[in-house]
Design a binder for this molecule. Structure first.
Ligand code: MG
Ligand code: MG
Length: 630
């Protein structure tokens, strides 16, 4: 199958759009008529420009309000069509989409519509052109692909076929399996779009909220399986009307679009092994088994502050890199690296973002297979000079340009701590606080990038998205959604920033796009952990007493239990019988922090109900601008 995208899907003028579409790896484009009309070049020049980018024009769109018109509008509709045919011949594109009529004066009747298409087909045939008919979900008389197919069937012209659009079928909850009975050679073109489930007017939903397959909540994969079952082997094209995409980066949105199609075809090939699907072979989605390490880039002074905080959290300095100014801190199964090198990636990250997480190590079964899949999906690979005695650990670029390295147990990589580090005796003893592993990692990003990174994680890894939740910050809204491995071994929360006055927005702005805003460590006993932390000199973030009064009102807690929570500033949530406990560090730098959590009874969330109170407390403790650090 060839891939295409409608020019209407991305930002820029026609030239900018074509450059971005070609660079992302698409085979073709749908030329949206208004993009052409607004562009200052003749149809022939535009046709040449498209081909010079190595692209084909897969479709010209749209032709509206055609079938079922009474006279004199019917004659006028045919005249309009002839004008479009002239233009198509000059552009050198042979297929146009005719969308089902939405005009109030149009007349119903399948035979009337079929007769109009038969005549249009005859006229188009003289020009060597083909007509594709698409049922709009809000069409006046035709709003279902089954009716559109019946009209095409009755029109009975070889050059009149059906155009399917996943949005129109799935938005109206039409069973996509009804497509399976349509002959594949009568389907001329397939447009794909996903969308978040929102209960609203279909037209408004379609024109503003479509997104890439896999980014929304529609069963685009099921739709595509039905299409593939017909034997259809033509173009699959993205037709995405989305305000955010049209205001975003043409390059980034094109890359997301191409990634979504490659991902979709890869899943399709696995679901339907008997159907030939032309997509590069790649390993299946990668099972992620957790976070092996988190690396901070810092300068010497800030590294000392960070080390002091790690010590109060119960970490011990256990190793030093054989060749670099890199220290390893450990507690339970958690490895924290502090890198104070004056060169290399970590140093660049420090210069750019200040002290921040610059690198994450994920545990996988096969690190090389992981990079292979990431590469097939358009991820950027990362290579850095490997010094003597160092391992070559496969890596890609992740959110905000930070690195993601992959560690597996099948090669030497799992022995990285023995190979690259020498043990050190830590002279200052702090008390182990019972922290076991990284429960979740919170990544903060511009709200416009949420879908990009959601798709990044779910396309490469065997991870699923949870519903979006609104986190209320005193200064605005932060949208948050988790991406989780099925067994919870890897959990990442993505937080989308809309303005700089929120805590997340402040962090993003002041750290110049650094992304990991908090790390949550897991304990089996939050109260014992709290005690150990306080013995280590840790000061938890103080939560308002009002919060505890409300907690009592919500859950009717035992008085002693409530006192215990409040005495060490633990936040609490309950979901059925499952319970969640959260404890926060003060802010570090411009809004980074650590969290400690305990999950009891299979609690699956992240304490969204508490986020507002935690954020308010953190903002109260924020150092006003220009004040010296305490
Ligand atoms: Mg469409
Ligand atoms: Mg958290």
């Amino acid at each position: 199958m060839k891939t295409a995208i409608a020019t209407v899907s991305i930002a820029g003028d026609l030239g900018e759009k074509l450059a971005a579409i070609a660079a992302a790896g698409f085979d073709g484009v749908e030329i949206f008529e208004n993009d052409f009309l607004a562009f200052d070049a003749s149809p022939r020049e535009v046709g040449k420009m498209v081909r010079d980018h190595g692209l084909e024009i897969s479709l010209f769109q749209p032709f509206r309000d055609f079938e079922g018109m009474p006279e004199p509008q019917r004659t006028r509709a045919f005249d309009r069509a002839e004008r479009k045919f002239d233009l198509m011949n000059e552009l050198d594109v042979d297929l146009v989409v005719v969308c089902s009529n939405v005009s109030a004066i149009s007349l119903g009747g399948i035979d009337r519509a079929a007769a109009d298409f038969s005549e249009l087909g005859e006229r188009a045939a003289k020009r060597g052109l083909r007509i594709g008919y698409e049922a709009l979900a809000w069409g006046r008389h035709v709003s279902d692909h089954r009716d559109a197919w019946e009209i095409v069937r009755r029109a009975d012209r070889a050059n009149v076929g059906l155009i399917l659009d996943s949005f129109h079928t799935l938005a109206r909850k039409i069973d996509p399996d009804t497509i399976r009975s349509i002959p594949g050679d009568r389907i001329f073109f397939v447009q794909l779009a996903d969308a978040p489930k929102i209960d609203m007017d279909l037209l408004y939903w379609s024109r503003h909220f479509r997104n890439m397959p896999g980014e929304g909540d529609l069963d685009v994969a099921g739709f595509m399986r039905a299409v593939a079952a017909t034997g259809y082997d033509g173009v699959i094209s993205l037709e995405i009307f989305n305000d955010q995409f049209r205001g975003g980066s043409a390059k980034a949105i094109s890359i997301d679009g191409h990634r979504s199609l490659v991902y979709l075809m890869d899943q399709l090939k696995r679901a339907e092994p008997d159907i030939r699907i032309d997509v590069p072979a790649m390993p299946d989605r990668i099972a992620a088994h957790g976070v092996e390490f988190v690396e901070f880039a810092a300068n010497d002074t800030e590294a000392a502050e960070l080390s002091a905080m790690l010590r109060t959290l119960g970490f011990t300095r256990v190793g030093r890199h054989v060749a670099k100014q890199v220290e390893l801190w450990r507690q339970g199964g958690i490895n924290i690296i502090i890198n104070t090198e004056r060169q290399g990636f970590a140093h660049s990250a420090y210069v750019m973002h200040g002290t921040s997480v610059c690198n994450i190590g994920l545990r996988v079964d096969d690190a090389h297979a992981t990079v292979e899949r990431a590469r097939a999906l358009g991820a950027e690979l990362f290579e850095q000079h490997v010094g003597p005695g160092e391992l070559h650990i496969p890596a890609i670029r992740g959110v905000g340009g930070g690195l993601v390295h992959f560690i597996d147990a099948k090669s030497d990589l799992a022995r990285v701590w023995d190979i690259e580090f020498v043990p050190v005796a830590d002279d200052t003893q702090s008390c182990d606080a019972g922290l076991k592993r990284i429960d979740h990692m919170a990544q903060t990003m511009d709200g416009k990038e949420m879908l990009t990174w959601q798709l990044f994680y779910t396309a490469i890894f065997d991870m699923a998205k949870t519903p979006m939740v609104d986190v209320i910050d005193p200064s605005g809204l932060v949208q948050s959604r988790a991406i989780e491995a099925p067994d919870g071994a890897l959990r990442v929360t993505l937080n989308g920033v809309e303005n700089r006055r929120t805590l997340a927005g402040h962090f993003l702005a002041e750290s110049f796009g650094s992304t990991v805003q908090h790390l949550a460590f897991e304990t089996d006993d939050i109260f014992a952990t709290a005690e150990a932390l306080i013995a280590n000199g840790f000061t938890p973030l103080v939560i308002s007493p009002n919060y505890y009064d409300d907690l009592d009102a919500r859950f009717g807690l035992d008085e002693d239990f409530l006192d215990r929570l409040q005495s060490v500033s633990i936040l609490y949530d309950r979901d059925g019988d499952a319970e969640y406990f959260q404890l926060y560090s003060p802010l570090y730098g411009e809004g980074f922090f650590f969290e400690i959590v305990e999950r009891r009874g299979g609690y699956g969330g992240y304490g969204a109900a508490n986020a507002q109170f935690r954020t308010a407390a953190q903002k109260r403790h924020m150092r006003p601008k220009g004040m010296p650090k305490r």
